[in-house]
Ligand binder design. Structure first.
Ligand code: NAD
Ligand code: LMR
Length: 338
């Protein structure tokens, strides 16, 4: 039997025969935190992705049930489950992409930074596993606070000697998904036709939608700009409050994570012109990490696009965002260095 959870009476998998749609070799994807609120629907969506040939579902609880359930879908990917720390290495070995939604979510009244205490250690342990078992994998980091967990992951990889900044991506797609939706509502058009760049980071005022760069080109009143900026920056809190103590965004996040992972896979496959916003190591500002549009290719984030022209409202927002981001990045870095 290959490693992973085994169910009685199931014959060994002929993994060498696993293929993506159309006979292509396909990619191997692991989800760490697969039994969680994001992890479960994300597992479902990745099982439906025709570019995935092998899907590893890892969690510290409940991964056997999620694995059994998702594995019955008659889509291409072979699904294997992994439970608890002793199985982490088997979950990670050979993976092309590792998606990490492991960690605690917010409750009303909390900031994302309040999650640092618990999630920083979780992300460190999981990234140590990545460095050891699949150092060339592209990492999609979802666990909050993203503004600090991405610097934590970078420091772990540096320590292990495996750091490739192009392969470490903080997932900010949900901010773009929300921005596209809210802007489309204001404009009265289909959100699928809207493209709003969202730069900076993934928390409060560090989330900076660039409404001056919206496609299709649109103009907004100052009331609309205030409303849209506030709603996009507080979209996560809107869901946390509506869920009233039972968690934060899971379904829209799973959608966003699946969209982003699909772009990473499409880039890995060699398609040209795959562009997404992501929080990455960057030189577009004086900060070591910053979210902008990036071009995804075989090597991960192969090109980082500049911010582009800003209006005065956005310039003010950028200065505020950078101030807060600097502290969050430093907090992540010193968690590992100290
Ligand atoms: P959840 O509590 O429903 O699920 C988290 C899962 O992680 C649980 O199944 C838990 O068992 C698992 N887990 C805990 N420690 C683990 C470990 N050491 N190894 C593997 N798995 C472990 O939470 P959720 O709603 O799925 O949210 C997960 C994280 O994603 C939170 O930190 C949340 O803030 C964050 N989040 C980020 C974004 C974003 O845009 N980047 C959006 C939504 C949520
Ligand atoms: C979100 O933006 O929905 C996530 O970061 C979860 C949260 O805590 O808001």
């Amino acid at each position: 039997h290959p490693p992973g959870l085994q169910m009685q009476g199931i014959p060994p998998l002929r993994l060498e025969n696993c293929r993506a749609k159309g006979g292509a070799p396909g990619f191997k994807v692991a989800i760490l935190g697969a039994a969680g609120g994001i992890g479960q629907p994300l597992s479902l969506l990745m099982k439906m992705n025709p570019l995935v040939s092998v899907l590893h579902l890892y969690d510290v609880v409940n991964s056997p049930g999620v694995t059994a359930d998702v594995s019955h879908m008659d889509t291409g990917a072979v699904v294997r489950g992994f439970l608890g720390a002793p199985q982490l290495e088997n979950a990670l070995t050979g993976m092309d992409i590792v998606i990490i939604p492991a960690g605690v979510p917010r409750k009303p009244g909390m900031t994302r930074d309040d999650l640092f205490k618990i999630n920083a250690g979780i992300v460190r342990t999981l990234c140590e596993g990545v460095a050891k078992c699949c150092p060339n994998a592209i990492v999609n980091l979802i666990s909050n606070p993203v503004n600090s967990t991405v610097p934590i992951a970078a420091e772990v990889f540096k320590k292990a000697g495996t750091y490739d900044p192009k392969r470490l991506l903080g997932v900010t797609t949900l901010d773009v998904v929300r921005a596209n939706t809210f802007v489309a509502e204001v404009l009265g058009i289909d959100p699928r036709e809207v493209d709003v760049p969202v730069i900076g980071g993934h928390s409060g005022i560090t989330i900076l939608p660039l409404l001056s760069q919206v496609k299709p080109a649109s103009s907004f009143t100052s009331e609309e700009i205030d409303y849209l900026t506030n709603r996009i920056q507080n979209g996560g809190t809107e869901v946390v409050e509506a869920k009233a103590g039972t968690g934060s965004a899971t379904l829209s996040m799973a959608y966003a994570a699946a969209k982003f992972a699909n772009s990473c896979l499409t880039g890995l496959k060699g398609d040209a012109g795959v562009v997404e916003c992501a929080f990455v190591a960057s030189q577009v500002t004086e900060l070591p990490f910053f979210a902008t549009k990036v071009r995804l290719g075989r090597g991960g984030a192969e090109e980082i696009f500049p911010i582009g022209p800003l209006n005065e409202y956005e310039r003010v927002g950028l200065e505020k965002a950078k101030k807060e981001l600097a502290g969050s990045i430093e907090k992540g870095v010193s968690f590992i260095r100290k």
